[in-house]
Design a protein around this ligand. Structure first.
Ligand code: SF4
Ligand code: FES
Length: 107
């Protein structure tokens, strides 16, 4: 199994949106069907074959500056203080890899 951390391999596999790098062929053939159907996700424009253009998602992240700058090695200071409750709420959001699965799956 690969890392499943970048989202670039997201596609529809047997009709379910997921990461191709962590979809095991043996398991798919055993548990789902004798054939494996691959399709590009429908949430983004298709560039070619299974490759989609996720720039819509990245542009939205740019609009809200949804990142922490790490350019350079200068001291960025201690950062804003967060309560444990705020940390608990923010941590799951920080794990988003911009794969777009939720855009495909959510009606
Ligand atoms: S929130 Fe959406 S885009 Fe982010 S990792 Fe989860 S499914 Fe992917
Ligand atoms: S190759 Fe990065 S999530 Fe699959």
């Amino acid at each position: 199994m690969q890392e499943a951390v970048c989202g670039s391999c997201t596609m529809l596999i047997n009709g379910h949106v997921r990461q191709a790098c962590s979809a095991l062929v043996d398991k798919l053939l055993e548990e789902e069907s004798a054939e494996i159907e691959l399709r590009p996700t429908s949430s983004f424009p298709v560039v070619r074959d299974l490759v989609v253009d996720r720039r819509r998602l990245f542009r939205a992240l740019e609009k809200v500056r949804a990142w922490i700058s790490v350019d350079g090695c200068h001291d960025l200071g201690p950062g804003p203080r967060q309560s444990p409750k705020e940390q608990e709420e923010a941590y799951p959001l920080s794990q988003c890899m911009s794969c777009g699965c939720c855009l495909e799956a959510c009606p």
